[in-house]
Ligand binder design. Structure first.
Ligand SMILES: Nc1ncnc2c1ncn2[C@@H]1O[C@H](COP(=O)(O)OP(=O)(O)OP(=O)(O)O)[C@@H](O)[C@H]1O
Length: 238
């Protein structure tokens, strides 16, 4: 579903992502982990065609993300980092707006499914500017999955969600990949990755230091946190 080859992004003299290659297969839940400023958001933006790589390339669902960004965004579901939905629309109006752009049918059913799953139907007539941050994040989740995409790319999925809603979202993501969907998400919360990911990548200073299966770490009695800290601190000292 995703093939990144030598992806690089320079912002002036800052190399945000440095020659990163990896792939994500259909049905995988892949977590990109890294400290603040390590390049996670830039990576997601390149995969979704929002940022053009300086060099290298990414194929997403068979399309070149830099050459056909609109094609990619038409297929995948995206939750950008800390995105807020339009202030002047209600939650339901926003979902209907997304549904109309995507030419979706059964709009009532689709909206209700998300209001029910994420328990915010009581807020559907509230203007987005008046929603709490957590409810806005629920709404961003709903818009990303409204068209039942085969691939979702999510920057920090559980941000602003309470523990109960985090459980709901984690269960949903695991069910979604069990049903054949693919998820690529970024986080710096290691426990989430250890709990739900099939594979992880660890990025630091723009370089991918590790990519592998979570069960290989845990199976060999190495937990993610000490592994991550050793890797990242060792790299900083190198
Ligand atoms: N538009 C931009 N212009 C200049 N520098 C940028 C831009 N976007 C990101 N950077 C820089 O690129 C590097 C990687 O940033 P990025 O936002 O991708 O990291 P991140 O891992 O998502 O961070 P965080 O976990 O804090 O959200 C940082 O040094 C950042 O300051």
């Amino acid at each position: 579903m995703i093939e990144a080859n030598d992806l690089t992004k320079d912002y002036g003299n800052v190399t945000a992502v440095n020659r990163v290659s990896f792939s994500v297969a259909e049905g995988e839940l892949f977590g990109l982990l890294g400290p603040n400023g390590s390049g996670k958001t830039t990576m997601i933006r390149m995969l979704t065609g929002q940022v053009r790589p300086t060099s290298g390339s990414a194929r997403v669902m068979g399309l070149d993300a830099a050459k056909d960004p609109i094609g990619v965004r038409g297929l995948v579901g995206i939750i950008p980092e800390q995105e807020t939905p339009p202030s002047f629309l209600t939650a339901e109006e926003y979902l209907r707006f997304v549904a109309s752009i995507r030419n979706l049918d059964s709009v009532d059913e689709r909206c209700d499914r998300w209001f029910d799953l994420l328990e915010f139907g009581d807020k559907k007539d509230v203007l987005c500017k008046d929603l709490s941050r957590g409810t806005r994040q629920k709404l961003m989740f709903a818009q990303a999955f409204l068209h039942e995409p085969e691939l979702a790319l999510i920057d920090e999925p559980l941000i602003n969600l309470d523990p109960i809603m985090q459980r709901t979202v984690k269960d949903f993501l695991q069910e979604y990949v069990r049903d054949g969907g693919t998820v690529f998400f970024s986080t710096h919360i290691l426990e989430i990755a250890e709990e739900i990911c099939d594979r992880i990548g660890i990025i630091h200073n723009g370089r991918l230091l590790h990519a592998g299966r979570v069960e290989d770490l845990v199976g060999s009695d190495r937990h993610l946190e000490p592994f991550f800290l050793d890797l990242v601190k060792g790299d900083a000292g190198a």
